[in-house]
Design a binder for this molecule. Structure first.
Ligand code: NAD
Length: 469
């Protein structure tokens, strides 16, 4: 699997129904993926169930070494994987995009391999001895969205395997090639059945989450689907980690240097062409620096090339699908109709074969406008003017979701004070959206519950057992 063609051939359906996959930049046919049904789900669950005992019984060092070998295999296939990802998802090879995503898969696997979760002695006073141990939950269902299809899959799979679980993964129907390609490379190393994949849409996802064989469901996707999964899991009391939608606010204080922060603001909002859960989706800027921040951000936006992912010069790509193009288009049109001022972009070609939406900045927008209050999940950033920080904090918190937020200031202590008042799982200071394999990540409010990454992430894919006596 050392070429893109080899990878695509390895994952093409051999029997059963198939579905064509088209390049979101050009509409060109790039491959075919299987569409799995109940019998395939049964087979995958049986495979993962059969593999469970032997995988859990391995010595911790052996599982750790296996994860490093999986990382080696991904490194060896990095360029073909990045090309498949770029062509299917649309994200360019360059910039913080496809190669970066494949690199993050390697980094996360290695960091997860190196993170131990030993038992803890909680009481040992001569009379009482109690120890807390972390055991595998069994088989984990890993369900992913289409924006970072490889990296998010690894976020779920790596800790699950590290803790001795087996996994049935379900990639998004929009990025099935990427999910299957990644799993095919991982399965060059993993024992049979340890990682199974089911390809299909929400219907097979819904069947999966109602199955009693899963000890845990790791889900990343929309809040609406997350709520359905809670309902479906109730019958079996399946444990859940839910990483759901966000509408992250950035707050810029009056003491910033607009030119110095403009590029950080830009990537905070436009990484992966805005299709990122913890991207900055609304920006509140103090009146004193409002015009200067708008001008500096516009200057950065105008020089960032958007185009076909395989062209090395591009750092922004198309939206992955027409549905998302429609969401961004509707929200920007609503902003325009309200009299908000478009600084750049806002005029998409609706007849194109691809799904490109131009980089768009919208200023002088009402804080109650739908482009501010709804998750646009694309390259359009509303910039709201404020003069009172208490009002900015109130507006930032006045949504149902709470994934991330950021505060931008030359005074770190002041920024930390404001961070403490924001209702978000992570608050970054002078950056937005960066994640790290050792730093816990998760949402509050309707952005979900449970933590990923680091020791907390390992605990989430295990069950505690107290040994008392
Ligand atoms: P989605 O909820 O439509 O789909 C996500 C996955 O769930 C897909 O694999 C889909 O097939 C599956 N699915 C759909 N219905 C299902 C059901 N009833 N039962 C089980 N599975 C089902 O989300 P999407 O549009 O693919 O992703 C975009 C959303 O994901 C955005 O809201 C974004 O903010 C969010 N997201 C969150 C994070 C995070 O870490 N919090 C990360 C990335 C994306």
């Amino acid at each position: 699997m050392d070429s893109e063609a080899g990878l695509l051939a390895a994952i093409a359906p051999t029997d059963g129904p198939g579905r064509e996959v088209h390049d979101p930049a050009t509409g060109e046919l790039i491959g075919t993926v299987p569409v799995h049904g109940t019998a395939d789900l049964d087979r995958a669950i049986a495979g993962a169930t059969n593999a469970r005992r032997a995988w859990a019984a391995l010595d911790d060092d052996e599982r750790k070494a296996t994860l490093h070998r999986v990382a080696d295999a991904i490194e060896a296939a990095a360029e073909p994987l990045a090309r498949v990802l770029s062509r299917e998802q649309g994200k360019p090879l360059n910039g913080p995009n496809a190669r970066f995503e494949v690199g993050a898969c390697v980094g996360w696997l290695r960091a997860t391999a190196e993170t131990p979760l030993p038992g803890e002695v909680v009481v040992d006073d001569g009379e009482t001895y109690a120890e807390l141990r972390y055991r595998p939950v069994g088989t984990v269902a890993a369900i992913t969205p289409w924006n970072w299809p490889m990296m998010i899959a690894i976020w779920q799979i790596a800790p699950a395997l590290r803790m001795g679980n087996t996994v049935v993964a379900k990639p998004s129907e929009y990025t099935t090639l990427s999910g299957l390609a990644l799993a095919a490379v991982m399965n060059e190393v993993l024992p049979e059945g340890v990682l199974e994949v089911v390809a299909g849409d929400g219907a097979i996802g819904a069947e999966m989450v109602a199955r009693p064989e899963f000890g845990k469901i790791m889900f990343t996707g929309s809040t609406a689907t997350g709520k359905r999964i809670i309902e479906a899991s109730a019958g079996n009391l399946t444990r859940l980690t839910l990483e759901l939608g966000g509408n992250d606010a950035g707050i810029v204080l009056p003491d910033v240097d607009p030119a110095a922060i403009a590029e950080g603001l830009f990537w905070g909002a436009f990484i992966n062409t805005g299709q990122t859960c913890a991207a900055m989706k609304r920006l509140y800027v103090h009146d004193d620096v409002y015009d200067a921040v708008c001008a500096a951000l516009t200057a950065v936006a105008e020089q960032m090339p958007m185009g076909v992912g395989l062209d090395e010069q591009n750092v922004l790509g198309p939206l992955q699908n027409r549905m998302q193009f429609g969401v961004v288009d509707r929200l920007v049109e609503a902003a325009k109709a309200s009299g908000a001022r478009v600084l750049v972009g806002g005029e998409p070609d609706r007849e194109q074969a691809g799904h490109f939406y131009p980089t768009t900045l919208v200023a002088d927008i009402d804080p109650g406008n739908p482009l501010v209050l709804e998750e646009q999940f694309g390259p359009a950033l509303p910039i709201v003017r404020y003069s009172d920080i208490d009002e900015a904090v109130r507006l930032a918190n006045d949504v149902e979701v709470g994934l991330g937020a950021s505060v931008w200031s030359g005074d770190r202590d002041r920024a930390r004070e404001i961070a403490a008042r924001l209702e978000a799982g992570t608050v970054w200071i002078n950056s937005h959206g960066g994640v790290h394999p050792m730093i816990p990540f998760g949402g509050v409010k309707q952005s979900g519950y449970g933590l990923e990454f680091g020791v907390e992430g390992l605990k989430a894919v295990s069950v505690p057992q107290v040994v008392n006596g």
